[in-house]
Design a protein around this ligand. Sequence first.
Ligand code: CO
Length: 222
Amino acid sequence: MTILNVYRSKSALVYTLIFIKRHLITFRKFRQLYTEFWFPSPSRPPYNHICQIGDPVLRYKAEELNAEDIKKNEIQGVRKRISALTVSFGYRDVTEKIYEEFSPEIRKSREMAIIPFKVFINPELKITNYEKVCFPEACESVRGFSADVPRYREVLVTGLSAEGKPVSWQVSGWAARIVQHEMDHLSGRLYTDIMVRSTFTCTCWDKVNRTGGRIYVPFSPK
Ligand code: CO
């Protein structure tokens, strides 16, 4: 190999590296543009998706609605969302799905039952049994995790229906837990604020081990 050839091959290598570098940058830019196109930068609440822990919106205290607000279509639409502003409810199909995941023994110990669709506007909570029970709890806004959370056994929730009429619901067990969980959302609180910290669990930790850590931890466990 002549000196000239060495020089040529070296410069070819340098040019190749420059070419790759240039195109990598271009690729990065392309990826950025592509991402921005599909996920335009920050949208503002109210969102149609369920926000995740850390989002300041989850710490806002919900404001009360007046009679005029209740009539607005916007509020009627909100009924279809989970944990929405001043509306708190159990979703029959959601609770039915969760209910079926548990054994009869667990259902019994946690006083679980399928909860009918309920709407409470400007809800208020009264504790009717100060006994506390501690069971695992999860939240759509803390996806992929769960923890034991102490809750009052029985509560009374009062408020207005979607039509603006006074309604009340005396609940115990699992339903009481859900009511307290949803009422906490309206005050900007999450279960992580009151959970038994040592029980905070990634719901797919066993899959992490089974795959030797080569797993994409999902946004949702299922
Ligand atoms: Co929640």
